[in-house]
Design a protein around this ligand. Structure first.
Ligand code: ACO
Ligand code: ACO
Length: 151
């Protein structure tokens, strides 16, 4: 494979972005209402919202083959903002070709450029495939995540 291009989404990407986002949700055996998916795409495009989405583009077909969604927030431990990498997905037939790594490194570069160099994310303990990549581009923090119970 030639050089993979990573770029931020534009309005006309919605269909392909949605296709990848839905495949990502299938991976998690989840589905989301259309209004949430539309809102996420709109927010990622809106320059006044600290949320972004970027796509990996196949060098030959020029089709999106991977997706990363991320957002910026403050921290009590730093005067600079942090980036939270919310979602990462690479199409099944395109894996193990450094697309995932390139998407994460693109987010690192964006973080550096916007003065928010600290990037973090979480994954399931059982997602060993993702962790094989994460231990190479990041370090394991040892933290556990808790959530407010529903209802
Ligand atoms: N043994 C050793 N190393 C391995 C093995 C293995 N069996 N399998 C993969 N690796 C390594 C590769 O060598 C590579 O490292 P390298 O860059 O040093 O060569 C790395 O793992 C894989 O890196 P990429 O090719 O960049 O990753 P890929 O494009 O395959 O994408 C991803 C990884 C995103 C996890 C993909 O598998 C995917 O989309 N999975 C389904 C969805 C998912 O799990 N998403 C992440 C959830 S967490 C989140 O969203 C924040
Ligand atoms: N066995 C069983 N249960 C226990 C035991 C024990 N040995 N010790 C405590 N508990 C239970 C208590 O019974 C209580 O449960 P209950 O409400 O059902 O009775 C619970 O654990 C403790 O609850 P609180 O009394 O509300 O908690 P406390 O006021 O002691 O504060 C805290 C807990 C904040 C973790 C405190 O110990 C602390 O400040 N620790 C140091 C700093 C720290 O660890 N902060 C959290 C880091 S993570 C973060 O900041 C997001």
């Amino acid at each position: 494979m030639g050089e993979i291009e990573i770029r931020d989404i534009v309005e006309s990407d919605y269909e392909e972005w949605l296709r990848l986002f839905e495949l990502y949700l299938v991976f998690y055996e989840k589905s989301l209402p259309t209004e949430i998916k539309e809102a996420t795409f709109k927010r990622a495009l809106d320059p006044s919202v600290d949320m972004w989405s970027s796509l990996a583009i196949h060098p030959e077909t020029k089709k999106p083959i991977g997706l990363v969604n991320y957002l910026r927030h403050m921290s009590t431990w730093s005067v600079t903002d942090q980036l939270y990498l919310n979602d990462l997905y690479v199409e099944e037939g395109q894996r193990l070709k450094h697309v995932g790594r390139n998407l994460i490194e693109y987010v690192y570069a964006k973080g550096d450029a916007m003065g928010a160099p600290n990037v973090y994310w979480c994954t399931d303990m059982t997602n060993h495939r993702a962790q094989l990549l994460y231990t190479k581009v990041g370090w394991y923090s040892g933290k556990v995540i808790y959530k407010r119970p529903p209802g």
